[in-house]
Design a protein around this ligand. Structure first.
Ligand code: PEP
Length: 248
């Protein structure tokens, strides 16, 4: 039985004061949450997350990292730096990184490898754009994004990773994939991995992300292959986020 994992992706939101209130609110409501819970915060707030969440049931992580270990890479942040703040997770390949910052499948695979080498658990984001869905290539796109990681790191690497299926057309748009649409892609991902390693496939946490809210979380998280959520906008409100966590 896979334990559900609900992770908040704060994106470039927050302030010391706002984060304090948000984390206090989430912590106060955790007693009846059975799912695993994590927050992926902006780099400057990792120390705050660490101070506030150490000893709690909430894990924390970052939203991006460099594929490089160290060196002359101005503005970049390495996996070992994230480890210094006791991060558990790091997002790799979020669609905003792929689309806005031109991250290729290969670069995402390098980041994935660097994260694992440092002992972080990468949350590998995959998903198709609207035109790709309408063009009937959803599975081909998701397979290509997964294959880049499997080619570099091997299928066994997925035993220490999380996959987040995030249809790009559903991220931040208020348009959610229907439970059936999401389940179909999640099942595709698990079946694809099962073809390489059944044990890895059975244990793989596959989150759904894309306008998941309190009012659609129960149905989405009730699907057999949806093992949690990666939550953007709704992760910025403690009660909304907790309601999603409780649905897990
Ligand atoms: C995300 O950014 O990963 C995301 C799923 O955002 P939202 O929940 O706002 O669609």
């Amino acid at each position: 039985m896979r334990r559900k994992l609900v992770a908040g992706n704060w994106k470039m939101h927050g302030s010391l004061a706002e984060n304090e209130a948000l984390l206090s609110g989430i912590l106060a409501g955790m007693a009846d949450v059975k799912a695993g819970v994590a927050v992926c915060v902006p780099f400057p707030y990792l120390a705050q997350a660490q101070a506030k969440l150490t000893g709690s049931a909430i894990a924390w992580g970052a939203q991006n990292m460099s594929q490089q270990a160290k060196g002359a890479f101005t503005g970049e942040v390495s996996a070992s730096m994230l480890k210094d703040f006791s991060c558990t997770y790091v997002l790799v390949g979020h669609s905003e990184r792929r689309a806005i910052y031109g991250e290729s499948d290969e670069l995402v695979a390098e980041k994935f490898a660097a994260a694992q080498a440092a002992g972080l658990t990468p949350i590998l984001c995959v998903g198709e754009t609207l035109s790709e869905r309408e063009g009937g290539v959803t599975e081909a796109v998701v397979a290509r994004q997964l294959d880049a990681v499997i080619a570099k790191c091997g299928v066994a690497s997925l035993a220490k990773a999380v996959v987040a299926y995030e249809p790009v057309w559903a991220i931040g748009t208020g348009v959610t994939a229907s439970p059936e649409q999401a389940q179909a892609v999640h099942a595709f991902i698990r079946t694809k991995v099962r073809g390489l390693d059944a044990g890895v496939a059975d244990g793989l946490i596959i989150q759904y992300g894309g306008s998941m809210k309190a009012n659609n979380a129960v149905e989405l998280l009730g699907q057999p292959d949806i093992d949690g959520g990666l939550i953007g906008g709704a992760a910025l409100n403690a009660e909304e986020f907790l309601a999603i966590c409780r649905a897990g």
